[in-house]
Design a protein around this ligand. Structure first.
Ligand SMILES: [Zn+2]
Length: 98
């Protein structure tokens, strides 16, 4: 018998996480993960598998702008978020560098 907590519950579409910006619950693969590893600086976790505390953002520029402005990532991770992390997320969302 397998018990599922609220974290790690997997529906038919796979694990679901909440976007920091709009509070929508989305499939992990539709979200960007920002992780604060046990050691080192906060970074964008493209594979979604890095160890550490992670927060999620949907691929929506409006959500990104909102959390950037409100500093929701910093508050949730309890750590400063380097400018290059925001730049990397922005590049992914806007399709820069492709
Ligand atoms: Zn969102």
């Amino acid at each position: 018998m397998k018990k599922s907590g609220c974290e790690g519950a997997a529906g038919p579409a796979g694990p679901v996480r909440q976007c920091m910006g709009c509070r929508s619950h989305l499939s992990k693969r539709d979200l960007l993960r920002v992780v604060r590893p046990p050691e080192g600086a906060v970074s964008l976790d493209a594979a979604g598998k890095a160890p550490g505390r992670g927060v999620y953002l949907c691929r929506n520029a409006a959500c990104f702008k909102r959390v950037r402005k409100s500093r929701a990532l910093e508050r949730s991770l309890k750590s400063p978020v380097p400018e290059e992390v925001f730049a990397a997320i922005e590049a992914l969302l806007t399709g820069d560098g492709s």
